[in-house]
Design a protein around this ligand. Sequence first.
Ligand code: DX5
Ligand code: ZN
Length: 215
Amino acid sequence: MAIIAPSLLSANFTNLGKDCKMLNNSNADWFHLDVMDGRFVPNISFGPMIVEAICNTTEKYCDVHLMIEEPEKYAEAFKKAGAHNLTVHFEACTHLHRNIQQIKSLGMHAGVAINPHTPIDSLKDILKEIDLVCLMSVNPGFGGQSFISHTLNKIKQLKEMINEQLLNVKIEIDGGVTLENAASIIDAGADVLVAGNTVFKSKDPIATIAALKSI
Ligand code: DX5
Ligand code: ZN
């Protein structure tokens, strides 16, 4: 069974408390929180203050996806905000190894996200240092985009690399996950499904989360 991580990027920002409560009453395993800086990605979302407000509403695992440059400047603030995992982008970090060490030394799990154009091979030397790889299945910055099907090949390649190195690294898929494609994503080897629009734009988000969980 996959870990289901609804993305609050698609929640109702004028009533975030209600959506957090809904997730708390659902089968969702994690909260996925998307932080965007308007530099690494062409959109701005929210920062540590909102992450803290959201984390304070829940006992669930808070998975913070940083789509920002210079994440080292904010790692401590996100730890204080209540993040359990910090994922940084391969493409945004010149000193990725150092970024990962910092996140771990702050007592959080560490993830690395890669954009659709970045090959799995790029992860080879960092894989044993991290807890999670977030494979972007859309170009980061916006919710509601379509799943890039080549991601399925990347999941299989990554799974092989993880098994070869005998590691325990989770594969998270972020972008365009739907009730229709979730089974093929899990079959390919994914452990965590992020879902924004599929959950929050559905008529019955709790039922949609349950349906994703049952796949
Ligand atoms: C996109 C974000 C995603 C986004 C997914 O840059 O990283 O987490 O919220 O949204 P959907 O599931 O609607 O594609
Ligand atoms: Zn995300």
